[in-house]
Design a binder for this molecule. Structure first.
Ligand code: GLA
Length: 361
């Protein structure tokens, strides 16, 4: 859990913005709710010197000082690069400088690297053409190379794979040291994008587990392009998916509603449950879907989702999800216990909304 600069600041992010995010993550209570990583995305990179050492650009005058500042707040700091010669925003990538860059990260005190395929895709296309096996192997090799370079520094650095879910990355992500891997293209701050990505994560549950997670991309909660019901759907789906929760909004200007969505402790507990099991879809009927995530102690987080454009009644049958009619139900957004009648629970779910329940015997 943490924050990443891209979804709000994109190419404009500066040292001051990152410090501001670190300040706000603490003062808002987000750090205490579990948001620990403060991650700088693309556009911090400057030029390489004659020895090939990569320096920061003028937006980031002193990366070590910035890392020290973030650490002084009880937080960790992340950075971004590409296995290609250029990043997606056309800044300097790590191609043929992997060891050197990993060493710089360790010297600065970096704790997390998002490694984004970007221009390495061109090299793969050139060398592998349509040979799928070779394309896959070239990606494996590129990520493995950076993993080894990070390990060689002796500093524990989380490795986040970003290659948009190509070549079934979930099958090989853990073997190249990936702690998380993007399963999709980029999210944007629109309902259609979030809905398509979130409900598109079917069948990936078995690949996630403690230390290696499917990543359906960062949160857009609070960026302004969706309603609060839509943001609650976003947060609930990501929690059921045991997804990395990386806030992507401007933390220094957050509404109380945004903060309440991001710091709902009962929803975060679903995402962070100790068993580390990812949930999946259990039922779908028209535009309503029920998704279930097994929790420790035999409980189940159960999301009743309405993808339709009008409020809709959704009924949960307790027996169908393996519970007796006496099971306990708690509504995690309303923060209240609710009860079933004759073994089922019916609720009116708003347009693009969700009722997220914890069900236990
Ligand atoms: C790609 C990634 C995004 C972001 C940008 C930065 O598009 O998928 O998450 O990191 O690059 O340029």
């Amino acid at each position: 859990m943490g924050w990443n600069s891209w979804n709000h600041f994109a190419g404009k992010v500066t040292d001051a913005d990152v410090r501001g995010a670190a300040d706000a993550i603490v003062s808002s209570g987000m750090r205490d709710a579990g948001y620990i990583y403060v991650n700088i995305d693309d556009t911090w990179e400057g030029e390489r010197d004659a020895q090939g050492v990569l320096h920061t650009n003028s937006k980031f005058p002193d990366m070590k000082a910035l890392a020290d500042y973030v650490h002084s707040k009880g937080l960790k700091i992340g950075i971004y690069s590409s296995p290609g010669p250029k990043t997606c925003a056309h800044y300097e990538g790590s191609y043929q400088h992997e060891e050197q860059d990993a060493k710089s990260y360790a010297e600065w005190g970096i704790d997390y690297l998002k490694y984004d395929l970007c221009s390495y895709g061109d090299i793969i296309r050139k060398e592998a053409g349509h040979d799928d096996a070779k394309r896959r192997q070239m990606q494996i090799d590129a990520y493995e190379k950076m993993h080894k370079a990070l390990v060689a520094t002796g500093r524990p650095i989380v490795l986040s794979l970003c290659q948009y879910g190509w070549n079934n990355v979930w099958e090989w992500g853990p073997s190249v040291g990936g702690n998380l891997w993007r399963t999709t293209g980029d999210i944007s701050d629109h309902y259609d994008s979030m809905e398509k990505i979130g409900f598109g994560q079917l069948g990936l549950a078995k690949y996630a587990g403690p230390g290696h997670w499917n990543d359906p991309d960062m949160l857009e909660v609070g960026n302004g392009g969706m309603s609060d019901d839509e943001y609650r759907m976003h947060m609930s789906l990501w929690a059921i998916l045991a997804a990395p929760l990386l806030a992507g909004n401007d933390l220094s200007k957050m509404s109380p509603q945004t903060l309440a969505i991001l710091t709902n402790k009962e929803v975060i507990a679903v995402d962070q449950d100790a068993e580390g099991k990812q949930g999946d879809r259990a039922f779908a009927a028209g535009l309503t879907e029920i998704w279930i995530k097994p929790l420790s102690g035999g409980a189940k987080a159960t999301g009743l989702f309405n993808r339709g454009d009008a409020p809709t009644k959704i009924t949960l049958n307790l027996k169908e999800i393996g519970f007796s009619s006496k099971a306990k139900l708690r509504d995690l957004w309303a923060h209240k216990d609710v009860s079933a009648t004759n073994g089922s629970y019916t609720v009116v779910v708003p347009k693009h909304g969700v009722a997220l329940l914890k069900v236990s015997e």
